[in-house]
Design a binder for this molecule. Sequence first.
Ligand code: 5AD
Ligand code: SF4
Length: 470
Amino acid sequence: MSRAFDVGLESLSALVANPAPANGPNQSPTVAPADGGKSFFIETFGCQMNDHDSEKVSGVLLGRGYRAVESPAQANLVLYNTCSIREKAAQKVFARLGDWKTTSNGKIIGVLGCLAQQEGEEIFERAPWVSLVCGSASYRRLPDLITDLESGGRRVTGLDLDTDETFETEITRRDNPFRAYLTIIEGCDYSCSYCVVPHTRGPERSRSSDSVLAEVRRLADAGYTEIQLLGQTVNSYRDPSPRKWNFVNLLQAVAAVPGIRRVRFTTSHPNDFTREIVEAIDSTPALCDHIHLPVQSGSTRVLGAMRRTYTREQYLEKIEWIRSARRPISLTTDIIIGFPGETETDFEETLSLLSAIQSDGVFAFKYSPRPNTPARDWPDAVPEEEKGRRLAILQEHQRRIQIANNELLIGKEFEVLVDARHSARDQWAGRTTSNRILNFTSPHGNLLGEYVQARITRGGPNSLVGEQLL
Ligand code: 5AD
Ligand code: SF4
């Protein structure tokens, strides 16, 4: 295979020599306009896996001579990389597709990702101006699908889920110059009763450790110092090569690559969360002191109905391992509110679990029934209004926990990788290794991309304020 490489956004201008023609939606006649150029625009919905898939899809297109443009109006090929985890996410995509109902002439409109897989050819029925529907398990076929489109194909699909391959590209257009995403495992072999992912992303497939490490080395050569390993259940990683590494072996090898200062990973499944992961973080400074470990509910009864494969007590035991580490490890989690049959008592158990685990962040979602999932038609649905009430209570409960914990950090020092500047507030912003957002003042000029030490002066619910240590 030829050498793969990475294109940061900043170097795109060199790769993409000519700016795109400023065509309005009506003025883009074919996929190859008179100047012979081919241009694309991709909008991404949903999770980090989708963000990174879009980076790889962009790489495929750049490798085929397409130019990236800044608006869909300028593009010949408009792609939506979609999410269907909750009903709202799916509705948003259909609203976006609706924008092209009368204005798509000549443009190729494509739907990628989870909604594509979930709805399949139905999308052509609902939006006949769409020409490409492709789920993530078929991204390896994208070059062929695009060739089909270029040679006049009207409706092309990639909807096969039966694969043991992962999507690797020779070029990846990385949008974030500070943190490089890297998928190590795709799909999911769990079958949580509320979740579309096993249906939209297919069975679990791990990438070989050689291929992962080669990419990490390339990223280090390209100047990246922070890597985020991605997977729906990232810690279920099993090296398919004869080395047969487990997740911890891979973590340690990635952290040992010269030039790599921070390694993150998301999302971990509690069932595959081992003590060894905590020990590896404890003993390896480059492994970030943050774990995202979705619990979904604090009630063992609800967890059973969700088919999460662990009890409240088993989850709490894993949190105990994390809390007894020598290095303080930050924790975040996900909660689903109002799963069918969730009683007030179940909900209170979720609140008490949040009090017990003292996490630094909670992503809480109202349960949304999804197609092709067992829980979709289950009885005892919690009314929307009640879900909203519980969500508001949970958010306030968690807000207090975060304020109290962040106030305890006043006076402490953290290393920050600076990734933004807020001119109006005269502050720099970045993330600590524990993934906390830290806004801080500094007398220095350009700090973007730098690692600096800062001391906390104030703690809010969702971020910290501080000053650079000089
Ligand atoms: N309804 C609400 N939230 C959901 N999630 C997954 N499926 C659903 C659903 N049907 C949430 C879970 C998961 C996060 C990514 O999205 O909390 O961890
Ligand atoms: Fe969905 Fe459960 Fe798989 Fe996570 S582990 S992606 S919630 S099925």
